[in-house]
Design a protein around this ligand. Structure first.
Ligand code: SF4
Ligand code: MSK
Length: 640
């Protein structure tokens, strides 16, 4: 049975038990055509205003007079603000704990990467002269925390972007001033009777998104590395088969690693293991879902059961004793599905409570005790299991490609640098680099959209970097192992991968870790030979199965940074031709970046490869290979 069919099998089992999962709900749901075209406004109670065409075909406007383009721009920018809030609030929680650790007020966590601490202290101009590690950490934590409420100036991390890009942001008024400020400013732009100019709205949307990519998300990623360790390449396993029939299974799910880090510690506690054995289990198995899984897989080798789309199916195995969730991407249906099994759903954040779940709140000063209580609950629940059906299949993966690792792997221990990567792009062995990021969609389960795109890109010598749930789609197709280079990659990329010993598809983390890709791109510019700005690079970003507002925020910070970003859907603003054109064409004239939309993976690949080739041409690297055109036979081979 393939790993994809394993999910089919669980969906079948859910159906037999008359259990409704997201896959069934997605089939039944007929999205509102006006809302999905971006032209429904409910920003005040004179509406909601549905801006369909009038009888004579004339464009309707809202009661307040708002045009379709203004409404679509406001809706799009509100998605950016909402997406930002998830990432930057996650970052704030991390900084809180980091400061408590630095001040010695929290001993559950510690500082694991002193090198990164010092590097960041340099970015934030922290005085390190004669200071202890703890003092440097306090200095850094206080400066970072101050940026959340900062009103003017610019975020320190912005200084890591190429100088030319920073100057452009200054010129356009897009330089982010404060992490929280830009979200509030964005929402203010969009309330009734305020900004009606799509270009003005998108400029603030860009500033807001940049305060995430080069602010909140980057802060979260970097401080998590300092506290929990910077990922390095390691072997791991993914797919449902990582659940253990004879062990207590605790699943961690969400985004913020503060809980999962402590669950890993609690599960290794000898007392806990003794208790598990007393209940008849052979041990305690921790596994993950979504981005919490990505965090713990990269840092501890904790296996990943599945992505967003599989969270309910994991429960259907009957083998999950506790699913402990933190924040974001948690389906409200989890307790209902769990009620058919013995599984306990445990919420731990006051920001993400779910009716029907057990709430065990994680405070920074009780983190380990809370984690132990959760593991104890799972152990006590283990004997209550009913029928267990765990699909056997697992995927081997090699993960942990942080920006530092890519630097080291491609540059070697004596001269860590991006020079070899740049050289291989310049000599044409690698055509370009693409970040394939974002979610997984229940309605696309088993259709292989993401894996098809990835295979077509690597066949064309494009190095792929993953974050988020997209990585799971590649793992199921065995693309996250070095052997995948020989099987699927073009000759140039395969040669580089074989020489260095890396897969053609590099897994670099969770959704907040898209900031690693920004840093890697800035390092490529700094290395030289590929232009002076991020918009000169032969790169692109893509979210083939996006669904979250966070994805829009991420997409916009890449576009504002100068990249092409392709989303795997029809345009979410297709009902507003003027704003749609601004996103897909006009904005490029301002920032060098632009959006594109297509639900077809082959079309996504075409858009990306054409863009990369155009960038190569502009750089004078015309010697590039011809694109491998996928005929029907090759497409059939890709079918999954
Ligand atoms: Fe309608 Fe304008 Fe109110 Fe939106 S803000 S609901 S377009 S009246
Ligand atoms: S978890 S935001 S479904 S990537 Fe980050 Fe996955 Fe998308 Fe959630």
């Amino acid at each position: 049975m393939s790993k994809v069919n394993a999910c089919d099998c669980l969906m079948g089992e859910a159906k037999e038990k008359c259990l409704e999962t997201a896959h069934v709900r997605a089939e039944a749901m007929k999205p509102c055509p006006i809302g999905s075209a971006g032209i429904c406004c409910k920003n005040c109670f004179m509406g909601p205003c549905r801006l369909t065409s009038g009888k004579d075909g004339e464009e309707k406007c809202g009661v307040c007079g708002a045009s379709r383009d203004a409404v679509a721009a406001r809706n799009f920018c509100r998605m950016i603000a909402a997406g930002n809030s998830g990432h930057v609030d996650h970052a704030r929680d991390i900084v809180h704990v980091f400061l408590a650790v630095a001040k010695g007020e929290n001993t559950d966590y510690s500082i694991k990467d002193e090198n990164k601490l010092r590097m960041l202290a340099g970015v934030y101009d922290v005085d390190m002269e004669g200071k202890t590690v703890q003092q440097i950490a306090v200095g850094l934590g206080e400066k970072v925390m101050a940026e959340f409420g900062q009103q003017d100036g610019k975020l320190h991390m912005v200084g890591r972007a190429p100088r030319k890009r920073q100057e452009l942001w200054d010129k356009l008024g897009m330089t982010p001033r404060g992490v929280d400020r830009e979200v509030v400013d964005m929402l203010h732009h969009t309330i009734i009777g305020n900004d009606q100019d799509p270009e003005s709205l998108l400029l603030q949307g860009s500033r807001c998104a940049l305060s995430n990519g080069w602010g909140g998300s980057m802060i979260a990623t970097e401080l998590q590395d300092v506290m929990f360790g910077t990922p390095f390449p390691r072997r791991g396993k993914m797919a449902m088969g990582v659940l253990e029939e004879k062990q207590v299974n605790v699943l961690v799910h969400g985004h913020d690693p503060l809980l999962a880090e402590m669950i890993v510690v609690a599960a290794n506690d000898p007392e806990m293991n003794k208790l598990a054995k007393a209940k008849g289990a052979e041990g305690i198995n921790i596994a993950g879902i979504c981005c919490t899984a990505n965090e713990t897989l990269l840092r501890h080798g904790v296996p990943m059961v599945g992505s967003f789309s599989q969270q309910e199916l994991a429960i259907v195995t009957g083998a999950v004793d506790v699913m402990a969730v933190d924040v974001q991407c948690l389906m409200a249906s989890l307790p209902k599905v769990a009620s058919c099994f013995h599984t306990k759903i445990v919420t731990t954040s006051p920001k993400a409570k779910i009716p029907g779940a057990v709430h065990m709140e994680l405070h920074e000063d009780n983190a380990l005790n809370c984690a132990k209580d959760i593991v104890r609950l799972a152990i006590e629940n283990y004997p209550k299991r009913k029928t267990v059906n765990i699909p056997k299949e697992t995927s081997d993966v090699v993960v942990g490609f942080s920006h530092e690792t890519i630097n080291y792997m491609l540059g070697g221990s004596f001269r860590s640098s991006y020079r070899p990567l740049n050289d291989n792009i310049m000599n044409g062995r690698i055509l370009g680099v693409v970040g394939i990021v974002g979610c997984s969609l229940p309605k696309l389960e088993g259709k292989g959209v993401t894996a098809t795109l990835v295979k077509e890109l690597i066949a064309n010598n494009v190095l792929v970097i993953h974050t988020g749930c997209a990585a799971y789609a590649s793992a199921r197709e065995d693309l996250l192992i070095p052997e995948a280079a020989l099987k699927y990659a073009g000759a140039g990329l395969a040669e580089v991968c074989e020489t260095v010993g890396i897969p053609p598809v590099l897994h670099s983390g969770s959704c907040v870790d898209n900031s690693r890709i920004l840093i890697a791109c800035a390092a490529m510019v700094a290395e030289g030979g590929l232009g002076n700005d991020l918009s000169d690079l032969p790169i692109a970003g893509c979210a083939p199965e996006w669904m979250s507002e966070k994805a829009i925020a991420i997409g916009q910070y890449f576009v504002a940074s100068g990249a092409l970003v392709v989303f795997g859907s029809e345009s979410p603003v297709k009902g507003a031709p003027g704003f749609d054109k601004l996103l897909t064409e006009g904005y490029e004239k301002l920032t060098g970046g632009k959006w594109a939309f297509s639900p077809d993976p082959h079309e996504m690949a075409r858009i990306i490869i054409d863009h990369i080739k155009a960038k190569r041409k502009a750089l004078g690297l015309e010697k590039a290979q011809e694109r491998v055109l996928f005929d029907m036979e090759m497409r059939r081979k890709l079918e999954v």
